[in-house]
Design a binder for this molecule. Structure first.
Ligand code: ZN
Length: 132
């Protein structure tokens, strides 16, 4: 399993990790299989969405912040329930098919690490599974 270390810089942000994941796939030499991307954090997530227009990521973050406000009526003593809720809504893993030695992403798709309680040092686990 490979690990990517990143440092986030805001409370909430999307960080494009497509290039880093693609490097791992190329290094592995795998031609056909599945790439499993996992975020081992309770206040962060991973998602796949448009990487052409950055306003898409901005809109997603803004809407998540509207749906789950930071200062809502929560009981969790740490004070970061909004980040936990967003992590669960977006999800902690993503699967991407690998074919011809490349990530089979759509033309407009990118893989994003989603920070909801930064800034923090974070890790992303990347596991490749070969097709039989
Ligand atoms: Zn917490």
């Amino acid at each position: 399993m490979d690990k990517i270390q990143i440092r986030t810089h805001s409370r909430s942000e999307f960080i494009d990790i497509t290039v880093e994941i693609d490097k791992i796939i190329r290094k592995s030499g795998m031609k056909e299989g599945v790439c499993y991307v996992y975020v081992p954090h309770t206040t962060a997530a991973v998602t796949i969405n448009e990487n052409a227009d950055p306003s898409v990521q901005k809109d997603i973050l803004n809407e998540l912040n509207t749906i789950v406000p930071w200062d809502g009526r929560y009981t969790h003593m740490e004070g970061n329930s909004a980040a936990h809720i967003k992590s669960t809504l977006v999800g902690s893993s993503a699967f991407i098919p690998i074919t011809g030695g490349r990530l089979a992403l759509g033309t407009w798709q990118g893989i994003y690490f989603c920070e909801f309680d930064g800034p923090k040092n974070r890790e992303i686990y990347v596991q490749t599974v070969k097709s039989v």
